[in-house]
Write a protein that binds this ligand. Sequence first.
Ligand code: CDP
Length: 252
Amino acid sequence: MVDEDIKLIGKDGIRRDGRKFDELRPITIEAGVLKRADGSAYLEWGENKVLAAVYGPREMHPRHAQNPSRAVVQARYNMAAFSVPDRKRPGPDRRSVEISKIMSEALEEIIFVEQFPRSSVDVFVEVLEASAGTRCAALTAASVALADAGIPMSDMISSCAAGKIDGQIVLDLGKKEDNFGEADVPLGMVTSSGKITLLQMDGNLTLDEYKKVMELAMNACREIYQIQREALKKRYSTSLEGYEDIEDTEEE
Ligand code: CDP
């Protein structure tokens, strides 16, 4: 049953989970978590937990789907059966097919696909725990995994949603806010160029509200980009420390 009177923002202007209107849920990213993948990333964003794995560029199968002049990006978004309070029926559904499609299209914008004719770059995202904003979490994690795999690309995509709840424009809607709010606008952006690679909207906004939503989400993407970069720096500085040890032993 939907409670029409549910209040999402308190009198003090604080949201139900204690956040201010322009505050992100906590985000942590770790790169290179899977040995067998060419690149990988694990991301926690509030109560969302997402794992991304990248393979390729590799020969595209089935062969009839190959593109003779460029690589095809095949992203697959999947929610685990145990990722939501009500068991999610395993396998693809309309929603996961849609999210896989928008992710593939967004990632094709950053990968130098023309360098790899007849190939595919495969991106798998498994949502282990879901609590609103998983497509943004998936795209953010997938970008780090692609960079970790060393796939030639222009830059990473950072992604975040903003929207409207209780008549107020807010950043990064949580589960209740997503369910009972008025609008949700997920955005994906290449922060270095300002290029928008994902933009969707659920609900209604006036033009002024839309502009505010975009500003909030774009600023958040810049913040998230720094977290993505830090994850990669940490991953590769740790690897280098390992190499130094090996060289020291060889010299002895
Ligand atoms: O996750 P995102 O906000 O990108 O997509 P959504 O379609 O707006 O879904 C919002 C949330 O609904 C998800 O993050 C899940 O927490 C929840 N959901 C669910 O409980 N069961 C599903 N089959 C699909 C989504």
